[in-house]
Design a protein around this ligand. Structure first.
Ligand SMILES: Cc1cc2nc3c(=O)[nH]c(=O)nc-3n(C[C@H](O)[C@H](O)[C@H](O)COP(=O)(O)O)c2cc1C
Length: 201
């Protein structure tokens, strides 16, 4: 009898298909991932690009797509940065200080989605200014926004506060920050799974 009672919690978990009670159920949402990676926003064709065929943030975007069935969009600005990393970092800093709004190659239409994962590399403690341009289009109004970032040590920096200010009409959930050097580690996919399971949508 005691053994039967001990089995009950296990059976309850199995009947939920292994998902923790209260875990986010993506089948009841229409989800999209929109991400920015430098790789899609710089002049290409050099050796660096050949050795890094996918940007860090896109690697996390792909894990989210794989685990949620979300549709994927890349945010691309009209004018790409140069291939010179130092030049890019200097220019990006100036753009942030001056609150520049880079023109976008196109404005992804996410009107059909209610949950939008927004992924960016941490740039000078925030998101690349191309996202500032995108947020100002109002495309994420009324949506649940799930932020994620890749970084070299700053995690989100002040990006979450910036997001709240830029998206007052969106619901912003907890975010996921992954160090750029860890994106391809075997336990990163697991970290993404745990993050998705814990999301309150
Ligand atoms: C312009 C620029 C600014 C950056 N600023 C920061 C920063 O403030 N903090 C940090 O931890 N990493 C910073 N990084 C590193 C990137 O966040 C990190 O390499 C990221 O994983 C790159 O993602 P991607 O390959 O998708 O572009 C910066 C990189 C660039 C190019």
């Amino acid at each position: 009898m005691l053994r039967k009672l001990m089995l009950l919690p296990l059976l309850a978990v199995l009947s939920l298909g292994g998902a923790a009670a209260g875990a986010a159920d993506f089948s009841t949402h229409k989800s999209a991932v929109i991400f920015y990676s430098l790789l899609h926003n710089r002049e290409g064709g050099d050796a660096w690009e050949q050795s890094h065929p996918v940007g860090n943030t896109e690697i996390i975007a792909d894990l989210i797509v794989k685990q949620t069935g979300a549709d994927k969009f890349s945010l691309v600005q009209a004018q790409p940065y140069s291939n010179d990393y130092d030049e890019v970092t200097d220019l990006a800093r100036t753009e942030q200080e001056e609150q520049v709004r880079p023109a976008l190659k196109e404005v992804p239409d996410l009107s059909a989605y209610d949950v939008v994962f927004v992924g960016f590399p941490c740039w000078w403690g925030s998101y690349p200014m191309a996202f500032a341009t995108y947020f100002e289009t109002g495309a994420l109004k009324g949506k649940t926004v799930v932020p994620f970032t890749t970084h070299m040590g700053s995690r989100f920096g002040h990006a979450l506060t910036d997001l709240e200010n830029a998206l007052p009409d969106s619901t912003i959930t907890d975010g996921l920050a992954i160090r750029g050097s860890d994106v391809s580690d075997s336990d990163t996919a697991e970290q993404v799974t745990e993050f998705l399971q814990d999301l309150q949508l």
